[in-house]
Structure formats: structure tokens, C-alpha cells
Design a protein around this ligand. Structure first.
Ligand code: NDP
Ligand SMILES: O=C(O)C1=N[C@H](C(=O)O)C[C@H](O)C1
Length: 272
């Protein structure tokens, strides 16, 4: 058992954290080496399996990242931007692969993660599912094939607890569409509309976000042209698909050269 990679789950009590603990525990090719929560969290010191309402897993929830990562090979982090930026440096110190699912990161946050990735393997994606990553490849191709007579709109829907908008996935899809047309997303980004906005600007990529109930994640990329409309979409029906991608990334990262990688690298979908 000791020769399989040890995985630390950060934010173990969260929606994704619980899913990750369960997925790592069930995997025959890795072991649960640690579970992290922020200092002061009520789970600190408790067995993570029992805290989740199940059987003991022999791993106590820790608030000390370096202690939790001692003897671990990867940390999977679906938490919050400030925690993720801090962890990037600590994981690099511990020589652990850092898999980042956290969204809502600023450019400044990403610059700090880039810095840590000079010395460590970091895999980051706003969506770890195979389907969404494949969709980004399709969106890039369609955006390149259709000219600016086709307006691009990204519409996303998530549960009521989500704190960031547009979603990380919506931004990935928007970036792919912008890239397909030879732009950076910032050049053509159109935030959610409100009030007297004026007519739509040609070539802009618009974003809209719906929040409600327990929606796991729905994304549509609409290409609205003269007389016809094409929609590419993805629906997540189970959070385990994100965990599955994250586990794959943690294994893929073992023994790689330092760098800031994406799920396209992990899935072999590359830039196309
Ligand atoms: N890339 C992908 O495929 C996916 C990404 N996500 C993203 O993952 C993130 C988390 O989502 P979700 O699980 O729904 O959110 P939750 O709020 O349910 O979970 C986040 C967890 O992180 C914990 N946390 C916050 N700060 C720290 C810290 N310093 N150390 C350790 N733990 C900490 C929180 O604890 P506390 O509550 O006490 O603050 C909480 O338990 C979001 O950014 C979301 O967008 C989600 C699904 C898929
Ligand atoms: O917060 C979520 O739940 C999700 N976040 C990611 C995002 O921001 O796109 C991925 C998924 O859609 C679920």
C-alpha cells in the first residue's frame, strides 16, 4: 500500500472535498494520506471518515499543511483563492503535485501560482471533467470556422452556494472561443448585461450566470448567426466526474517536470 501515491485532500469538509476523500479512498491506485481544513474548523483532529458520517479511515483532519503533506505525493485542492495561492508555495516546498480545481482566481493569484510552478508540478483547470475539456476543443474549432456574423454567448447555471461568476468553466469556454478567433478573452469579454446597454458589439463574447437550487453545473456556448443558431453544451449530473479528473491529474503529475499544466495536458487533448 505504501508504494501508491499518497494524496492529501484540502478543504475536506466541502462539497468537492467530501467527494474527493471518498474517491481517493475507493481508488486502488492511491491512498488517502491527509485531510486539511483551515485552523479553527470543527473537524480538526477528528477522523475524516467519521466526520463525514461514515466509518473511520485512519486519517485525522489537520490544519497544518506541511505536516499533512509529509510523506504525501499530491495535494488536491478545491477550496478558495487565498487558500489555493498559499498552498501553491507550500506544495512546492513539500515537492507534492498540486492539483487545483479552485475557481475565482484573479490574474494576480495566477501569477503567484505560475511562480510556484517554476519549482513544482501544478495542474489547474476550472473544470476537471473529460466532457468540458473536450468541449473547449470543439468550441475553439467552431469559433474559428464561423465569422463574427455569429455572436458568441456563454450561459452557465450553478447551485445557490456558488460564490464566483462567471464560472471557471465559462471562462475556459470563453477563452477557447476567443482563441479560435485569434483574440485573448480580455479583448472581447462582455460581462453580464443590465440596463440600457446599447446594441450588442460585433465580435464580443457575452457571459450570463444563473444561480439556484442544487444545479451541479450547466454550460451552453451559443453561436447566434443570421437565420441559424448553433449551441454546444455540457451538463454535469454528478460531482464525482470532477473528482475523477482530479485523481487522474494527481497520478499524471507524478515524476513530471515542474510546470503549470492544464487538464488538456493530462487528457492528451493538447492545443489544437
Ligand atoms: N475545477 C473543477 O472541476 C471544479 C471546481 N470547483 C471549485 O472548487 C471550489 C470549491 O467548491 P465547493 O467544494 O463547492 O465549495 P465548498 O465551499 O463546499 O468547499 C470549500 C472548502 O474549502 C475549505 N477551505 C477554505 N479555506 C481553506 C483553507 N485555508 N484550508 C483548508 N480548507 C479551506 C472550506 O472550509 P470553510 O467552509 O470552513 O471555509 C470548505 O470546506 C470552488 O472554487 C469551485 O468553483 C468545484 C467543482 C468542480
Ligand atoms: O462551484 C461549482 O460547483 C463548480 N465550479 C466549477 C466552475 O466554476 O466552473 C466547475 C463546475 O461547473 C462546478
Amino acid at each position: 500500500m505504501m508504494d501508491v501515491p499518497g494524496i492529501v485532500v484540502m478543504g475536506a469538509s466541502g462539497r468537492m472535498g467530501r467527494m474527493l476523500v471518498q474517491s481517493v479512498q475507493e481508488s486502488p491506485v492511491m491512498r488517502l494520506a491527509g485531510a486539511l481544513e483551515r485552523p479553527g474548523h470543527e473537524w480538526i483532529g477528528r477522523d475524516v471518515g467519521e466526520a463525514m458520517g461514515g466509518a473511520a479511515l485512519g486519517v485525522a483532519v489537520n490544519d497544518d499543511p506541511l505536516e499533512a503533506m509529509a510523506g504525501a505525493q499530491a495535494v488536491i485542492d478545491f477550496t478558495a483563492p487565498a487558500a489555493t495561492v498559499e498552498m501553491a508555495t507550500l506544495a512546492a516546498q513539500a515537492r507534492a503535485v498540486h492539483v487545483i480545481g479552485t475557481t475565482g482566481l484573479t490574474d494576480d493569484d495566477i501569477a503567484k501560482i505560475d511562480l510556484a510552478a517554476r519549482h513544482a508540478v501544478i495542474v489547474r483547470a476550472g473544470n476537471m471533467s473529460l466532457g468540458v475539456n473536450l468541449l473547449t476543443v470543439l468550441v475553439r474549432k467552431v469559433a474559428a470556422a464561423l465569422d463574427e456574423d455569429f455572436d458568441i454567448e456563454v450561459v452557465e447555471a450553478h447551485h445557490r452556494h456558488k460564490v464566483d461568476a462567471p464560472s471557471g468553466t465559462a471562462l475556459m469556454l470563453g477563452e477557447a472561443a476567443a482563441d479560435g478567433r485569434g483574440h485573448g478573452l480580455k479583448e472581447v469579454y462582455e460581462a453580464a448585461r443590465d440596463g440600457i446597454t446599447g446594441a450588442r458589439k460585433r465580435g464580443q463574447i457575452g457571459f450570463s450566470a444563473i444561480r439556484g437550487g442544487d444545479i451541479i453545473g450547466e454550460h451552453d456556448v451559443i453561436f447566434a448567426g443570421p437565420g441559424e443558431r448553433l449551441t454546444l453544451s455540457h451538463s454535469a449530473t454528478d460531482r464525482s466526474l470532477f473528482a475523477k479528473g482530479a485523481l487522474k491529474a494527481a497520478l499524471w503529475g507524478q515524476g513530471r517536470r515542474p510546470g503549470h499544466y492544464s487538464m488538456l495536458d493530462v487528457l492528451g487533448l493538447g492545443a489544437s
